[in-house]
Write a protein that binds this ligand. Structure first.
Ligand code: LLP
Length: 439
């Protein structure tokens, strides 16, 4: 049976990642474990690059979605640039030897230290989110005798119709600069002696399931460039950064693909006449990773409720507890076929072997539910469950809450696999505190 998750497939009742049995991997590395498919990552990167090849974008992979060094290296080797949002993310990609002219830096609160670090390393561009930040870059660049290359991040006041907590382009969101303020800054740009204004940046939120908000945002940018700026001012806008947000399917349903987005977006880009930067994260890695967990206990209350208690928890995969996000789950070994499509509203499974369950973790919070009210095949203690679509904002949002060591990460390539982050140990968890103990 084939799942809709590309390189994760069931063969003879066993889940494989590429050509390796998932059970074999966790037999060696234990659970919970994040497992990624290298060829899935590459395929997605190439798919989005091909979809937009008409406008030859610089594709800056959004590091926050999956910052593992080995994964960033796979993408760097394939020609990707990187979108970073902190000194730490910048450190990661510089460590890999990524060329600074492929790095863009976003975020509303870049500190002076972070700005200095990025300027010293000559990154390609800052996506500037406020007049105060622009002044700070100018000041720090002046001190270093450098020019800070910037794009102004516009907040176009557009509803990208995504989750409230991941919408960024509405006027009440903290991100970006409104058009009027941006216009004033551009008219005043000559007073910023160490700023080289290169472009405009727009990122509306994530995940976005339709090209319409992108088109609306870019049309607003076009109007702004042509109605609020002089010819000279407009000519400085060499780049348009269209951000990230391109959706993936979490349910198995068909969703829009990169070429559906590019078909609508490219004509507006061409009208703008700018070079293009993109910042996809989720699309590249989201469906290229799973989280595998072991079943610790099965508990059935007398009133009928069945809990599958597993060894992964909200600290390992935060999205369900944080955003009520839906991740499909299925046993790693089962003779029950995984449905092609599964929707968040559970419908009674026709298969008699299915039961309604909550799959929960061991963390001491009622919100520690990874999958709620799912029709699920029988699993026994010691069994394995895979959570799909966990490659983006999975490990990167994990924590050690309840003093739980963070999981290992594994990368599969064809018929081989390797550890790309070792599982944390108890010693790792207290290493930064131990030296301050007075014993
Ligand atoms: N560019 C900027 C400026 C961003 O803020 C983001 C994501 C991206 C690009 C990449 O978006 P993507 O292509 O991955 O959708 N933790 C949430 C998502 C937060 C996204 C934050 N910004 C989640 O788990 O759904």
């Amino acid at each position: 049976m084939t799942t809709s998750f590309d390189f994760f497939n069931y063969l003879n009742n066993e889940l494989y990642c590429e050509d390796v049995k998932v059970k074999e991997i966790v037999g060696k590395v234990g659970t919970p474990a994040y497992i990624y498919s290298k060829n899935s990552i590459l395929e997605h990167f190439i798919e989005i690059r091909n979809a937009f090849e008409d406008v030859s974008p610089l594709i800056c992979f959004s590091v926050k979605s999956n910052s593992n060094l080995s994964i960033c290296k796979v993408l760097a080797d394939a020609g990707a640039g990187f979108d970073v949002v902190s000194g730490g993310e910048l450190f990661r990609v510089l460590e890999l030897g990524v060329s600074p002219d492929k790095i863009v830096f976003a975020g509303v609160g870049k500190t002076s230290e972070e700005l200095k670090y990025a300027l010293e390393n000559d990154i390609f561009m800052f996506n500037v989110e406020s007049p105060a930040e622009l002044a700070n870059i100018d000041r720090i660049a002046g001190g270093l005798n450098k020019m800070g290359r910037v794009a102004l991040r516009i907040n176009p006041d557009i509803d990208a119709k995504t989750h409230d907590k991941t919408t960024t382009g509405k006027k009440e969101n903290k991100f970006g600069i409104d058009f009027d303020s941006a216009g004033k800054l551009i008219k005043d740009i000559g007073n910023y002696k160490n700023i080289d204004l290169k472009g405009i940046h727009v990122h509306l939120g994530s995940p976005i399931y339709s090209p319409d908000p992108y088109v609306q945002g870019l049309e607003k940018v076009y109007k702004f460039l042509h109605e609020s700026l002089s010819d000279n001012e407009r000519q400085r806008i060499e780049y348009i950064n269209i951000g990230g947000g391109y959706c993936i399917s979490y349910t198995g349903e068909k969703v829009k693909k990169p070429h559906d987005f590019s078909a609508e977006i490219i004509p507006v880009i061409k009208k703008l006449g700018c070079k293009v930067i993109m910042e996809p994260g989720r699309f590249v890695v989201g469906n290229s990773g799973i989280l595998v967990t072991g079943v610790t206990y099965v508990k059935v209350a007398t009133w009928g409720k069945k809990f599958i208690i597993c060894d992964a928890a909200m600290n390992d995969l935060a999205r369900p507890s944080l955003y009520d996000a839906f991740h499909r789950a299925w046993p790693v070994n089962t003779d029950v076929s995984m449905p092609e499509i599964e929707l968040p509203e559970a419908e009674e499974g026709a298969d008699r072997r299915m039961e309604l369950v909550d799959i929960v973790g061991p963390v001491c919070e009622s919100s520690d539910i990874l999958a709620k009210e799912r029709w699920f095949p029988d699993v026994k203690e010691g069994g394995l469950i895979a959570f799909f679509s966990a490659g983006a904002y999975g490990f990167t949002m994990s924590s050690s809450y309840n003093t739980r060591p963070r999981t290992c990460e594994i990368l599969v390539d064809g018929d081989s696999f390797s550890t790309i982050r070792r599982r944390e140990t108890y010693e790792d968890l207290i290493a930064g505190e131990k030296e301050f103990l007075d014993v």
